[in-house]
Design a protein around this ligand. Structure first.
Ligand SMILES: [Zn+2]
Length: 64
């Protein structure tokens, strides 16, 4: 997700320029969300994959 093209509702300037308080608040929030998802998603996907593999392995053992 990018905020480069977001225009501030308060000052009508690009949020990424941070011209007003609302811009800076939005920019900070979006950056935090980006960091959050960038840090969380790969780990979450790997964890889900590991759980899935474990479940399949358990099922395979029970049916064998
Ligand atoms: Zn603004």
């Amino acid at each position: 997700m990018t905020y480069d093209r977001l225009v501030c509702a308060n000052c009508a300037a690009p949020v990424s320029e941070g011209r007003c308080r609302v811009c800076r608040a939005n920019r900070e929030r979006l950056q935090q969300e980006n960091n959050f998802f960038a840090g969380l998603n790969p780990i979450t996907l790997i964890a889900l994959l590991a759980v899935l593999i474990a479940a399949v392995a358990l099922l395979a053992q029970q049916t064998a």
